[in-house]
Design a protein around this ligand. Sequence first.
Ligand code: FE2
Ligand code: FE2
Length: 358
Amino acid sequence: MRDNYRRGLLYVTETPNSLEYKTFARQLMTEPTGVRTLTDADLAQDPNIVFDVDLRSASTMRHLKTLLQRRGLGCRIFLADTETGVVAANARQLGADAIMSSRSRPDAIFRAIEAHFSVTAGDTVKHSIDMGVEALDDSFRSLVEDQVFDTNGMTNTSGIIADAIDQAGIQEWMNAVRGHHVGTFQHCMLVTATASAFARKSGMRRSDVVTITAAGLLHDIGKAAIPLDILDKPGALSTEEMQIMRQHPVAGYDYLVRRSRIAPDTLRSVRSHHEFLDGSGYPDGLSGSQIDDLTRIVTIADVYAALVERRAYKPPKTPLEALSVLTAMAEAGKLELALVREFGRIMVPDSVNHRQAG
Ligand SMILES: [Fe+2]
Ligand SMILES: [Fe+2]
C-alpha cells in the first residue's frame, strides 16, 4: 500500500541540487523540484507534496501563496526544524495538512499521507476504488491463468463505481486514485472515471453509463499478457518492445471472447481502442464508420487519462492542455471532432471560458 504513494509525490526544495536533498528525494523515490521552477502544471492535480523550504522567508511565502491557491485533495506536508509560531502559521496559510520535523523518515511521511487520505476521501469513494482495483487484479490474474472471467462481478463493480463518481464528483474520485495507485491500474481507473463521468454528464441512461464504465475498466486487460519490464518501463519503448506492447488489445479481446460473457460492443472497444478514424491506429487499421461510438469514447478517455496521469518520466498535463492535444488530434482526423468538443464542454468547463476569452 505504502509504495503506491511514492510516485504521486512531489518534493519541493530551494536547493534541489544539494546532495542531502537528492538523497532524501531518492528515499522518497521522487524527483526533487526547485521552488523557483515549480510550475502550475506540477500543481494542477494537487498532488501530494513534501515542502522542505524556509517558511520564514517572505519571498518564498509570496511565491508559494500564488502557486498554491487552488486546493484539491492532495496532502501538503511541511518539513521544519522548529515548529515556531511563525512557521506553523505560515504553513497553515499554505494549506498544510501536516508539519513534521525535517529529520522525519520517509516512512513517517508516508504514514502522514495515508492518514490524510483516510480522512478526506469519503467511504463511498474509497470503497468503490478498492472494488475497482480488486476487479482489475482479478481480471488480470484470470487472463494470465486463462480462467473464466467473472462477468457479473465486473458489471456489479462498474455500477458501484459509476454511482460513486456521480455522487462524489470526478475530481475527488480521480484525486483519490492518484493518491493511492500507480502504473497500469492507476491508468485503467482514470480511464474508467473519465469515460464514466463523461457518459453520465452527457445524460445517458444508467445502464449505458455502466456499460461504458465497464469498458473503461476492461480496455487494457490485455496488458496482463505484457511482461512487466516492458509495461512498467520508465521511459520510451524500443521498436521491439513497442511491437510487444501493441499486442495488448488483441490479447485482451481474444481472452474475453473465449472466457467471458461480455457484450460484443464492449469487446470491440477492448480490441479497437487504439484505432484512429484516419486509419492510422492499430491493431486492424480500421477507419471512419468501422469504429463504433463506444470505442470512440473509450479512445478519447484513454488518451485524456494518459495525458493527465503522473508518470515517472513525464510531468502530467493540465486538463486544459490535455484537451488541446485531443482537439489537435481531432483536427488531424484521428478523433471525432464533435465528440471531442462535447468532451471538452462537459469535462473541462474552463475550456469554454478560455475560448471565449481568447
Ligand atoms: Fe491500451
Ligand atoms: Fe489505455
